[in-house]
Design a protein around this ligand. Structure first.
Ligand code: GDP
Ligand code: MG
Length: 174
């Protein structure tokens, strides 16, 4: 019998409080959305199996547990990460302005080979948009990140966001 290689990719989700990190994760891993904002307690990561090019890949996605102050996220959180989703809320520009600080933090803990995706979440809130798609794209281009807008509420692009990152990690292996 042929040996099946195990693929396990650790992916971290970072960004300001209440941008929707936990809901992106629950939408991805369980197809669930939680309307009541409550701080993440206990659960550190969830694992979801994704198939890429016929290979089963386990995405182990880590969520911060109310540690969203800068430098409060411990190095254990970042350790071994091969992918990162850096999330802001398109209806709150302060969360976008803080992206560079999250990138700095990521850079101090992880090397540059980590696959990075800039995620503008809550794109269902078009009527109160505070960050243009253009601004998101431009920042991503400057910083060498993938870019996507998502909605954990209506599911737009959530699976795609994770799959692009997982594909990139897989590609970098070969
Ligand atoms: P976290 O602190 O980054 O983990 O954010 P949460 O996932 O706890 O979400 C914070 C709040 O934003 C909650 O009230 C969610 O219901 C809401 N939320 C999360 N994602 C979306 C989204 O895509 N669209 C909208 N409209 N609300 C969202
Ligand atoms: Mg959370």
């Amino acid at each position: 019998m042929e040996e099946e290689q195990e693929y396990l990719f650790k992916i971290v989700v970072i960004g300001d409080s209440a941008v929707g990190k936990s809901n992106l994760l629950s939408r991805f891993a369980r197809d669930e959305f939680d309307h009541n904002s409550k701080a993440t307690i206990g659960v550190e990561f969830q694992t979801q199996v994704v198939e890429i090019d016929g290979k089963e890949i386990k995405a182990q996605v880590w969520d911060t547990a109310g540690q969203e102050h800068f430098r409060a996220v411990t190095s254990a959180y970042y350790r071994g990460a091969v992918g990162a989703l850096i999330v802001y809320d398109i209806s709150r520009s302060t969360t976008f302005e803080n992206i560079r600080r999250w990138l700095d933090e990521l850079n101090t803990h992880c090397d540059t080979t980590v696959a990075r995706m800039l995620v503008g979440n809550k794109c269902d809130l078009e009527n109160i948009r505070d960050v243009s798609v253009e601004d998101g794209k431009n920042l991503a281009e400057e910083e060498g990140l993938f870019f996507i807008e998502t909605s954990a509420l209506d599911s737009t692009n959530v699976k795609t966001a994770f799959e692009i990152v997982i594909r990139e990690i897989y590609k970098n292996l070969s």
